[in-house]
Design a protein around this ligand. Structure first.
Ligand code: NAD
Length: 358
């Protein structure tokens, strides 16, 4: 039986296609923008400058200072520069860091953001912003930060190294996994989650085999779009809570932490989420235990499988477990200290996730 649900669509435009960067200028014009500030991280300055050159007089400048988790100093500088240049919008080119910087400007100045994602993290689809000050990350939801237009051009992902492609792709799959058992799951979002997980699981081995395979890159990006939409529409649970705690407290790398934790968080929740297990089983090719399959997939793709290799000390496990259970939040299975600590121990050591018993 279909359970009752409430579904609210988000107001945004998505342009998808290899070579679609050529239409960016039209998209800027369609929003009535005349002077946009291009944002990117220092590592992608060349790409940022190319985008600005393609925009011609519609580009007011380039700020290549985006960093993970949007440090407040960077956000302030970006806001000041946008005001100084008289920018009437931003084009954020890059992963969640560049897009997060665009959101930080929108939060204060309400400048429209056009996102051109080059990873699979999914931030471009969400109204969620984050800002880090004094080592503390604050996040919030505000529809003013939701990008007005998202332009997906797989050509821009060709340079994403295999290791980052896999970690970022599995970060996206984590949105789908938690969307499937979210308290506010809806039928349309569950369809997107299943298809997003399927597309990424199919595409990532092809991306690793040949990073220049544009077809595989486009399929991965299609999956990332769907998973990003799932992230925007549902409440995330244990997995995201653990990753935010690990990232925020120990400064572990974002996408890689998701990659390591996902099989364990899913294994924890599988007994209490049979519909999610069924959907993921279909998405991953009819496997009996999706958590185990995600762990095997990470192994086949040479992705990190232990928190130890990401730099976490074993002695940090009790503190992280404590923090993760501190504030109650939605999860299909009760989140207890006794449950979370063994989960973290297995993830730290790189052990296989707890097998699913039916
Ligand atoms: P990122 O944006 O930090 O990028 C990682 C590195 O990869 C950067 O050096 C970047 O320049 C480089 N890079 C990106 N695309 C590339 C490409 N195509 N070729 C070569 N190099 C490339 O990483 P991320 O995982 O996309 O984003 C992580 C951040 O996004 C975190 O701060 C996370 O909290 C945030 N995030 C926010 C949301 C949200 O909804 N607000 C969702 C997901 C992630």
């Amino acid at each position: 039986m279909i359970r009752p649900f409430t579904y609210q669509a988000l107001p945004m435009r998505v342009v998808f296609g290899v070579g679609s960067l050529a239409t960016l200028s039209d998209e800027v014009e369609a929003l009535g923008l005349t002077r946009v500030l291009v944002l990117c991280s220092p590592e992608q300055e060349v790409t940022g400058k190319q985008v600005a050159a393609a925009l011609g007089v519609r580009a007011a400048g380039v700020l290549a200072e985006a960093r993970m988790h949007v440090p407040i100093e960077v956000a302030r500088r970006a806001r000041e520069l946008a005001a100084e240049l008289g920018a009437d919008g931003c084009v954020a080119v890059g992963g969640g860091s560049a897009i997060g910087l665009g959101k930080a400007i929108a939060l204060e100045h309400e400048l429209p953001v056009i996102a051109v994602p080059t990873t699979y993290a999914g931030s471009e689809m969400t109204p969620v912003w984050g800002l880090t000050e004094g080592g503390q990350k604050r996040t919030g939801r505000d529809v003013r930060v939701l990008p007005r237009t998202v332009l997906y051009d797989a050509e821009l992902t060709l340079t994403l190294p295999a290791e980052m492609s896999v970690a970022s792709g599995l970060n996206a799959v984590a949105h789908a996994v938690e969307g499937l058992y979210a308290p506010d799951a809806t039928p349309i979002i569950s369809l997107m989650a299943e298809e997003g997980a399927r597309a990424l699981a199919a595409a990532l081995p092809r991306v690793v085999a040949d990073g220049g395979d544009l077809d595989a890159r486009a399929e991965a990006q299609y999956g990332a779009w769907l998973c990003g939409a799932v992230l925007a529409a549902t409440t995330m649970s244990l997995h995201h809570k653990l990753c935010h705690t690990l990232g925020g407290t120990l400064d572990l790398p974002h996408a890689q932490t998701h990659t390591v934790v996902l099989p364990h968080a899913l294994a924890y929740n599988q007994p209490a989420a049979p519909e999610a297990v069924a959907a993921l089983s279909r998405a991953l090719g009819g496997v009996p235990d999706p958590a185990r399959e995600l762990w095997d997939l990470a192994g086949r793709l040479d992705a990190p499988r232990s928190l130890r290799e990401l730099g976490m000390q074993e002695g940090d496990i009790p503190r992280i477990a404590e923090l993760a259970v501190a504030n109650p939040y939605a999860n299909p299975r009760p989140v207890t200290r006794d449950g979370v600590e063994p989960l973290l121990r297995a993830a730290w050591a790189g052990d296989a996730p707890t097998p699913l018993r039916r």
